[in-house]
Design a protein. Structure first.
Length: 401
């Protein structure tokens, strides 16, 4: 049985890069870049004025001049004016610095009477103040965004500033989420006393969507070998990633591993030394499809999807690896089995600014209702049984941030 570290390493080793597509820049939020975004020009592209006021020459002020005839006005977007000796130009925030000017005094520090701007006597003028120098943010051609960056709304501003209308991004994978089991009944349909509502599939689709994977459809297949073989063959032909829920344990009706083998899916591993989610199965299809067969218990399915499926999708897209995130346990935790424990937690901020993880008890791995009060889960290594409050542990959030 693999350790959790060996399992994620095996999943990532089997994951290959997805293809690239070009999309409109303003539709690229949440997508993973496959190109370098270079600065179109120096930023700012000119000496930029950062305060409404007047612009004049330092040499005139240094010589003792305090009253400046107003030569004209220059607003943001206006052609650059050339300042004449001994005069000033009324200037607006965002405008290019007039030629020959190198001093700005804010409008609230001057008085303009009969076309003459007078600086307040007590105001201390400084050369180059309120001037944002050309190229001080970045030089033309600088790499502002690089491949592997997940495009954020802030990055859209960067892309637009570089004059790009289209960008190359990782193509989103086609995903099929498949619930298996005779006992499952979808919401909205009549249900018998011995049946249960289908919740794993919709939850897995939603979890994937929260991480930006929207090309995902859900299917339900009963525990019948012929039905499983027919429908799984169809999904293998249409999708790059299959995420199954149920049918992977040791029961006589757990047909999924055998059917996948019949369809040419090569098993990579079956079972991980963890709780919840120990029975998880992973394999690779004949055309490189990634096939994750998750346990049917809701907590197990969601943990395994977050722990193994989503990292694989991130790698396929070429997303830059993020630094591990830690939280401190808010209370003591004990876990005796020699397995890695994925403990659901609710997060709060401590007085010292640290993230505290409050363990939330689930009544077995079928208790999905308890998960709605959690923000994620922490990883407790299997070589330890007692974890005192304050222990720093790996944190995995349900939702992408």
């Amino acid at each position: 049985m693999l350790s959790t570290t060996e399992a994620i390493e095996a999943v990532l080793a089997a994951t290959t890069a997805s293809t690239t597509e070009t999309v409109a820049a303003d539709e690229s939020t949440g997508r993973v870049l496959r190109q370098i975004i270079r600065a179109e020009r120096d930023q700012p592209p000119f000496d930029r004025v950062t305060m409404d006021g007047i612009a004049f020459a330092w040499a005139d002020y240094e010589s003792g001049q305090r009253n400046f005839p107003v030569q004209g006005m220059q607003a943001a977007g206006d052609e650059v004016m050339t300042l004449r000796d001994g005069q000033c130009i009324e200037i607006m925030t965002g405008a290019a610095l007039p030629e020959n000017a190198n001093c700005i005094v804010p409008v609230e520090r001057i008085a303009v009477v009969d076309g003459i701007a007078e600086i307040e006597p007590e105001y201390v003028v400084k050369k180059d103040r309120y001037i944002h120098p050309r190229g001080s943010d970045c030089a033309k051609g600088a790499h502002l965004l690089t491949p592997g960056k997940c495009v954020s709304p802030l990055d859209i501003a960067v892309i637009a500033s570089c004059g790009e209308t289209q960008v190359d991004v990782a193509k989103d994978p086609v995903i099929r989420v498949i619930s298996t089991g005779n006992e499952l009944v979808a919401a909205g349909r009549s249900i018998k006393a011995h049946q249960i509502r289908m919740s794993n599939g919709p939850a897995l689709v939603s979890l994937l969507a929260s991480h930006g994977y929207d090309h995902c459809e859900h299917d339900h297949i009963v525990d019948d070998i012929d039905a499983l073989r027919e429908r799984l063959a169809k999904h293998l032909g249409e999708a790059e990633v299959l995420v199954l829920s149920g049918g992977v344990s040791m029961g006589k009706a757990d047909y999924v591993p055998a059917v996948l083998a019949d369809l040419g899916v090569e098993v990579n591993f079956h079972k991980i030394s963890q709780r919840p989610g120990k029975p998880m199965w992973f394999g690779v299809g004949p055309d490189g499809q990634l096939v994750f067969a998750l346990p049917g218990n809701p907590v197990s399915a969601l943990v395994c999807c977050r722990q193994y499926v989503i990292p694989a999708l991130r790698k396929a897209a070429g997303m830059t690896e993020t630094a591990p995130v830690f939280a401190a346990l808010a209370s003591n935790v004990s876990f005796k089995p020699a397995l890695t424990c994925f403990q659901p937690v609710k997060l709060i901020s401590g007085a010292a600014g640290q993230t505290l993880a409050i363990p939330v008890k689930t009544n077995t791995s079928g208790d999905f209702a308890a998960l709605s009060a959690t923000d994620g889960y922490v990883e407790l290594p299997k070589d330890q049984t007692n974890f005192p409050a304050g222990t720093a542990v790996f944190l995995h959030r349900w939702i992408a941030r």
